[in-house]
Design a protein around this ligand. Structure first.
Ligand code: ADP
Ligand code: MG
Length: 247
């Protein structure tokens, strides 16, 4: 993307816990609207990398640029305001409320601030809610209590509660964890349809899923980028096979 800043760029990003470098000199460049998957063994530093990007963890050194703007160390709430939305693994929906009500609450900017989100949308709340409902495919369950949703449906609702804040960058940590094959396929569809309008960073283990959703993969190993490329390139990279896929 000649002349254009990256949607997200990290330069020599490092965090040490005591002396242990969990993320170590990572240079990541993600284009606007790109869907990038990060893979790597347990403990490779994937979640910590997302923690750094969303401001939850402060780097020991290195920088984080959003559309060319240095946001290093500005804090989690400010990063959320700058348009980064992070989905965690544990759902935080309100079980006593319906799908629609959960989205309504999540679209409220006070709720957003309390969860370190920031509502950036210009459209009316109901209009925005309708759009998100379509994106997460829960149109037939609008008035269903969240307590009655399946694991997959809860995860999609949670994603919707993030989308209603209109983030430009989505960080998704293992979005298919615990899902059935059918739910995983639907999640792939949802994520694919969000790409383009959002820049998306997904941590994922399931290579079949990874092949379904993305063109470019970043492999993390012991806190460093070991390789980057398509699924085909990654799968025949000797270093990757030895460090990760072969095990
Ligand atoms: P992954 O998500 O790739 O499985 P993590 O990013 O969770 O890996 O962890 C990377 C390494 O950093 C692990 O060795 C983990 O134990 C360590 N680590 C993560 N967070 C902390 C922390 N807050 N304090 C100390 N060590 C941590
Ligand atoms: Mg992790």
């Amino acid at each position: 993307q000649a002349g254009m800043p990256w949607a997200l760029e990290t330069a020599d990003l490092t965090v040490k816990f005591d002396e242990f470098p969990a993320v170590n000199g990572v240079n990541l460049k993600v284009g606007t609207g790109e869907l990038r998957v990060i893979i790597g063994a347990n403990g490779a530093g994937k979640s910590t990398l997302l923690d750094l990007i969303c401001g939850k963890t402060r780097p020991t050194s290195g920088t984080i640029l959003l559309r060319g703007r240095d946001v290093t160390g500005i804090g989690e709430a400010q990063i959320a305001r700058a348009g980064i939305g992070r989905k965690f693994q544990t759902p935080t929906v309100f079980k006593s409320m319906s799908v629609w009500e959960n989205l309504q609450v999540a679209g409220n900017k006070h709720f957003g601030v309390s969860r370190n989100f920031f509502c950036r949308t210009d459209s009316s709340p109901a209009e925005q809610q309708g759009k998100v409902i379509d994106q997460i495919g829960l149109g037939s369950l609008l008035h269903r209590s969240a307590a009655e949703l399946s694991h997959g449906q809860l995860q999609w609702l949670e994603l919707g509660m993030l989308l209603i804040q209109s983030p430009s960058i989505l960080l998704l940590d293992e979005p298919t964890a615990g899902m059935t094959t059918e739910e995983t396929d639907k999640t792939a569809d949802i994520i694919r349809s969000l790409a383009g309008n959002h820049t998306i960073l997904v941590i994922e283990h399931d290579m079949a899923f990874v092949r379904q959703i993305c063109r470019k993969i970043t492999v993390l190993h012991q806190g460093r980028i070991l390789a980057e490329g398509t699924a085909e390139e990654i799968e025949r990279n000797a270093d990757v096979i030895q460090a990760y896929l072969g095990s």
